[in-house]
Design a protein around this ligand. Sequence first.
Ligand code: PEP
Ligand code: MN
Length: 288
Amino acid sequence: MDGNQNGYTIEEVKRRCPVASRMNHPEDTVIRIGDHSVGGGSFTLIAGPCSVESREQMLEIARSVKRAGASMLRGGAFKPRTSPYEFQGLGEEGLRLLLEAGQAVGLPVVTEIVAPRWLPLYQDVDVLQVGARNMQNYDLLREVGKLDKPVLLKRGMSNTLQELLLSAEYILSAGNSRVILCERGIRTFETATRNTLDLSAVPVLHQMTHLPVLVDPSHAAGNREYVAPLALAAAAVGADGLMVEVHNAPEQALSDGPQALLPNEFADLARRVAAVRAALTGTSKAFP
Ligand code: PEP
Ligand code: MN
């Protein structure tokens, strides 16, 4: 028997996920975004604020994360908030400010899409993020599956890895082969952290699928003190990259300030991640 003794077997994953599994695609998928490659040995560093808040905020953060070696800029414009009374994002104006900042520093941009009806506004966005809360929004998955644009698919907070792959399968089977997976922490009985980062997801997904696997330590931790150690562990366990929230004034952030790294903390983390990568591969190539 292959697979593990506690859960589903690799055979089951192959049967249910003919496109996402390694059955018909044994080699790693590499996704080109601008002049950066995701997967296949490259390391991807996505950084930026939880939410786009202003032009000045975006430009300042974009410049700092670019200087630190980020490969892409993130920032939410349409925010899926747990409470309807919390900041919902700047919407279309937020997308414009994100694109402007990305262009100013020469970084591709990643931002969340919460419903198919907003897709016409996302034409210039480089990577569409489908967030944890929408991992099983099958209409949305089918719609982004029809596009010629990479999709960053985050694991739902209460979803298994097989369910994550089945959601990827919706996108892939609709014709879009450029899917990047992201582990961002799951709900457990533990309350000391916002979520529990499931680092086993990385080697398990690498066995199950050819798709690149990123880790978001920010939403897993919920507290900036834990972000760097979790990020280093993710690099050590073989993640293809990280998505990290960074803010220039976290105490004033309109969302997720407590988990945001300051720009200098992100720069330190980027250096330490590069050192972990070099130790693993025996090369000093930081973020190819
Ligand atoms: C985010 O990345 O901004 C976000 C909302 O994350 P998640 O969907 O993982 O909660
Ligand atoms: Mn956030």
